[in-house]
Write a new protein. Structure first.
Length: 69
C-alpha cells in the first residue's frame, strides 16, 4: 500500500502553483496559494525539519541585527 505524506503533497502543490506566471493568477488563485502555504507551514512546524528551519532563521535574524549595530 502506498502512503503519501500530506506535507510532501502540499509542497509539490505549492511548487507547481508558484511556477505559474503572476499575470495569469486571479485573486482567488492567490488566496488559495496563501492558504495552502499556511497549511504546509502548520504541518511542518512541529517536525524536526520545521524546528531546524526555525533555528536557522533565528540565527540569520540575530546575525542581521548584530550587523546593523
Amino acid at each position: 500500500m502506498l502512503t503519501i505524506n500530506v506535507a510532501v503533497l502540499l509542497a509539490v502543490v505549492v511548487f507547481l502553483r508558484l511556477r505559474r506566471r503572476t499575470e495569469a493568477r486571479s485573486r482567488f488563485d492567490e488566496k488559495m496559494t496563501v492558504v495552502i502555504v499556511l497549511a504546509l507551514g502548520i504541518l511542518l512546524a512541529p517536525t524536526p525539519v520545521g524546528q531546524g528551519v526555525l533555528n536557522f532563521l533565528g540565527q540569520v535574524a540575530s546575525g542581521v541585527t548584530q550587523a546593523s549595530r
